[in-house]
Design a protein around this ligand. Structure first.
Ligand code: 13P
Ligand code: SF4
Length: 303
């Protein structure tokens, strides 16, 4: 471990912080985390922690979800502006209008703002979107903001899934991955299996051997004999896979970079712990309403 990493670990211990990090964090950040996971795993885990203080390393909607589920805990992030552009593409008015027009439940992808969550019926992550939509007592569902995940859910459930806002709802990191780049990699590694995140375009979904959230991607290499995998998601996901399956080979897409995930650095993580900021603060009335679809999601998962 580098000196600064040791300093961070020491300070976190002294001040009573648990460090949670998303799978897309840079390698050196992944190394200092107590827990590394996908958005669903981290949200669930945060409710089970004994510690009263959490340092979250990912993007804002993830930290906000953790804060809403644990209002009594102190949740800090190193950078205020680490946001998810896709989350910001869905506005509350779009949800209100769609619900009025179709009279159907609105399933909100957890990659969304707090203000939008206030108007949705149930939340989902990429790990449980299919399960949640299947469990809803309706053949038509409204789904936003990711149109690619919506298309995946429609194919898997056979339900009519109307994406809101529609064409403009996507993750730039996944949506712009070029099919030719994957085909070239498939040519170079003919025995490789393609594992994609459901935020990729439909044409890439169709040539993928497996599709899943980052935690689901992590399980697949352990369940199959194949030795080589092309990992179609944010490039730093392969760090975790390489670490876990030392005898297998993982090919990343070096062009798939989430700039907001990369705003966390060892330097600003250390500063965050020294100053114990920036704290996530959400108005109680807003949080009480916005947390309901997330709680409903957990309820449905247990049903
Ligand atoms: P996961 O929930 O699979 O970790 O995905 C979060 C995300 O932001 C994907 O781009
Ligand atoms: Fe948002 Fe895409 Fe980054 Fe995930 S990878 S946080 S969806 S911009």
């Amino acid at each position: 471990m580098e000196k600064i990493q040791e300093k961070i670990r020491q300070l976190a211990k002294e001040k009573g912080y648990t460090i949670l990090a998303h799978n897309y964090q840079m390698q050196e950040i992944q190394e200092i985390a107590d827990y590394l996971g996908d958005s669903l795993q981290l949200a669930r885990l945060a409710t089970k922690l004994d510690t009263e203080k959490i340092l979250f390393l990912g993007v804002d909607f993830m930290a906000e979800t953790i804060k809403m589920l644990n209002p009594e805990k102190k949740v800090i992030v190193p950078v205020k502006a680490a946001t998810c552009p896709m989350a910001n593409s869905l506005e509350p008015e779009m949800i209100i209008e769609a619900k009025k027009k179709y009279n159907a439940p609105f399933v909100i992808y957890v990659n969304s703002t707090i203000k939008s969550k206030m108007y949705a019926d149930v939340a989902c992550t990429s790990a449980n979107a299919v399960e949640i939509v299947k469990k809803l007592n309706s053949d038509i569902v409204l789904f936003g903001p990711d149109k690619n995940l919506a298309a995946y859910v429609a194919r898997k459930t056979g339900k009519k899934v109307i994406s809101v806002p529609g064409e403009t709802g996507y993750c730039y990191v996944h949506n712009y991955i070029k099919i030719d780049d994957i085909l070239k990699l498939k040519q170079k590694y003919p025995d490789a299996k393609v594992i994609s995140h459901p935020e990729v375009s439909e044409e890439i979904q169709k040539i993928s051997d497996y599709i899943g959230s980052t935690s689901q991607m992590e399980k697949i290499p352990g369940e199959v004999e194949d030795k080589t995998f092309i990992i179609v998601t944010e490039k730093d996901m392969v760090n975790k896979l390489k670490n876990k399956y030392k005898e297998k080979e993982f090919i990343p897409l070096y062009t798939a970079i989430c700039n907001n995930m990369k705003k966390n650095t060892l330097k600003n993580v250390l500063k965050a712990l020294e100053n114990e900021e920036f704290e996530i603060e959400i108005d109680k009335e807003i949080a009480d309403k916005a947390v309901l679809p997330i709680k409903k999601m957990f309820e449905l998962m247990e049903a």
